[in-house]
Design a protein around this ligand. Sequence first.
Ligand code: ATP
Length: 197
Amino acid sequence: MLVIGLTGGIGTGKTEATHILRELGAVVVDSDKIAHLSYEPGTEAHSQIVSKFGDEILADSGVIDRSQLGELVFSNVVHREELEAIVWPAVDKLIEASLLKEEQRGIRIVVIEAAKLFESGWDRFTDVIWTVEAFEAEVVVRVANRSGLSESDTKSRIAAQLTREERVEWADVVIENNATLENLRDQVTILWESIPK
Ligand code: ATP
C-alpha cells in the first residue's frame, strides 16, 4: 500500500486537495477528524485534557468544546504543546489502526492529510509527501472568507507552523495553489494519474 502524506500551512488548500483526491477515488485519512475522535468522552485523552485544562472546556453534553480548546491553545504555546503531548500519541494509534484496516481491505493508496505532518512525526507513516502551498497574502484572504479570522490571527497561526521553506525542503512534491480551484484540480489530477495503480 502506498501512503501519501498531504500537508501544507493553514488555509493553503489541503482540504480542497483532499476533496479532489476523494473524487478521483483516493481513501483519505483526515488527521483532524481522527484527533477529534481521539478525545471523545470516555477516552483516556478526554480525561487527560479535562484534568489539564479544566471543566470549562466541556460542553453540557460532556464533549470537549473545540472552539474553547482552540482559543486556549492558539494563544499560548505552552498550552498548545501540552495538548499535542496528549493528543498526538492517541492519534498515532488511531492512524496505525486505520492504515491497517485499509490495507486489510485491499486499498492500494491512502492519503493522510495533516497540517502538522512533520511536527507530529506522522510523516513516518508515509512513503511520499505532498505539500500544498499558497502565498501568505492569498491565505489571509481565503481564511478571512472561510472563517472570518483576522489578518493578524491568521499570521500568528502561520508563524506557529513550519515555514513554507521547511515544508518544501522536506516534501517530495509541491503543489502551488495560487490560482483557481480548477488549476488545483488539474495539478492534483495529474499527480494522482502519475501514480502506478
Ligand atoms: P486549514 O489547515 O486551515 O484547515 P486548508 O489547507 O485545509 O486549511 P482549505 O480549507 O482547503 O485549506 O482552503 C482554505 C479556503 O480557501 C477554503 O475556503 C477554500 O475553499 C479556499 N481555497 C482553497 N484553494 C483555493 C483556490 N485555488 N481558489 C480559491 N479559493 C480557494
